[in-house]
Design a protein around this ligand. Structure first.
Ligand SMILES: Nc1nc2c(ncn2[C@@H]2O[C@H](COP(=O)(O)OP(=O)(O)OP(=O)(O)O)[C@@H](O)[C@H]2O)c(=O)[nH]1
Ligand SMILES: [Mg+2]
Length: 196
């Protein structure tokens, strides 16, 4: 798929703020700092489109980006960030779940995991939740530039076992630094946005 245009549409905390219309949407979920915003930027080749940061908790709202005037990529706030107060954490949880549960144009979700780490309880919960609701999903292992092929071969089994990964789901190694995995992720998204 060729990306010819990418533009920020809006930020929202609740359904009233989601963009109107019914362009198909694809959402990115995962722990804070896993690389959701970086992945979006790499997919669309626009470094500063989604704001990224070394500090976890950068994305605090649901951000919508329109691609090719044909579909929307949704950057969700990260979960599992220890340094936010309980109250805020709860608000974020509701924001993420509220979107995933009720968003009609949602066609699929990419769950991002850091390739170096064993999935956390929240990662597994998120994955099980997607399975339970039958949301089309793909699992993306981010920051793959940090592992050798050998290390990834081992770590891949750790991740598959921990989730545990269902046979219908792909696990795609990805790097926002090198672009590895970009075409594969785009192909999955293309399948979703063109499905009826
Ligand atoms: N080496 C490497 N670093 C990456 C990669 N992707 C993201 N990073 C770095 O990881 C940090 C977090 O990236 P973000 O894209 O802001 O992460 P996020 O998931 O959007 O974080 P929140 O908005 O806090 O939920 C930044 O310092 C990025 O430069 C990657 O593929 N390789
Ligand atoms: Mg972010």
């Amino acid at each position: 798929m060729k990306i010819v245009s990418a533009e920020f549409v809006t930020s929202a905390v609740k359904p009233g703020g989601y963009p109107p219309g019914n362009l198909p949407e694809v959402a990115f979920v995962g722990r804070s700092n896993v690389g959701k915003s970086s992945l979006i930027n790499k997919l669309v080749n626009r470094k500063g489109l989604a704001r990224t940061s070394k500090t976890p908790g950068r994305t605090q709202l649901i951000n919508f980006f329109k691609i090719n005037d044909a579909f929307i990529l949704v950057d969700l706030p990260g979960y599992g960030f220890a340094r936010v107060p309980g109250e805020v954490k709860e608000k974020w949880g509701k924001m993420i779940e509220g979107y995933l549960k009720h968003r009609e144009p949602l066609k699929g979700v990419a769950l991002l995991l850091d390739c170096r780490h064993t999935p956390t309880a929240q990662d597994r919960q998120m994955y099980q939740w997607l399975l339970h609701y039958g949301v089309p999903a793909v699992v993306v292992a981010t920051k793959i530039d940090k592992l050798s092929n050998n290390q990834w071969a081992k770590q891949q089994s750790v991740i598959k076992k921990a989730l545990p990964l269902a046979p219908e789901h792909k696990l795609i190694p990805f790097s926002a630094e090198t672009g590895r995995g970009k075409e594969e992720v785009l192909a999955v998204l293309e399948g979703w946005v063109h499905s009826e």
